[in-house]
Design a protein around this ligand. Structure first.
Ligand SMILES: [Zn+2]
Length: 67
């Protein structure tokens, strides 16, 4: 499964920080919503989740010697 990736710097939010999150889609969204609320003062988790879902990108796969 392709990892998804979201980069707070690219979200264009006021006070966007340097955080980037990668993982499966639901993991990234769960954490990103919490982050948006705690760190950036968002107050609508449902709307935020929809916005974040639209911003998900495929994460570059790390090369692994074990692959
Ligand atoms: Zn942030």
């Amino acid at each position: 499964m392709t990892r998804k990736y979201i980069d707070c710097r690219k979200l264009g939010a006021a006070g966007a920080c340097s955080l980037a999150i990668s993982g499966n889609e639901e993991e990234v969204l769960d954490l990103a919503v919490i982050h948006g609320i705690v760190a950036h003062g968002h107050d609508d988790p449902y709307k935020l989740r929809l916005e974040l879902r639209a911003q998900l990108q495929d994460a570059p796969e790390a090369k692994s010697a074990l692959a």
